[in-house]
Design a protein around this ligand. Sequence first.
Ligand code: MN
Length: 139
Amino acid sequence: MNIEPTHPTIKNPPEQFAGDVWFDPITVPHDDDQRMVVGLVRFAPGARTAWHSHARGQYLRVTGGVGRFGTRDGEIVEVHPGQTLYTPPGQEHWHASAAGTFMEHLAMFENADDPAVTTSWLEHITDDDYRGAAASTPS
Ligand code: MN
């Protein structure tokens, strides 16, 4: 056994995040048959992800602040420290901090067989998406 190396904090890219969001890797796979990835993610007030989905789903444990999470049906779930949100495989969603507060969560998910498709990134969310005012029409 070993103490894992400490990774530098990564500033998440603007193509996929609006506002300042930082990522600290906690676990990354050692071997080809390992899938588990855990990271600590910190959102500045009002910062948000773009729409995205995870091939094998995701668990999000809020550890600080107030989180907002949205899906395509316009539902917004507000999540507080000590609560864990689950998003099933393939469900398009976004993560954000509530206005006026930082938000910190642990992100836990498993890599896809091809790690390049573990997370599928889409377009940025709109302010209406963030407010929960605009449920998209199913096509
Ligand atoms: Mn996600």
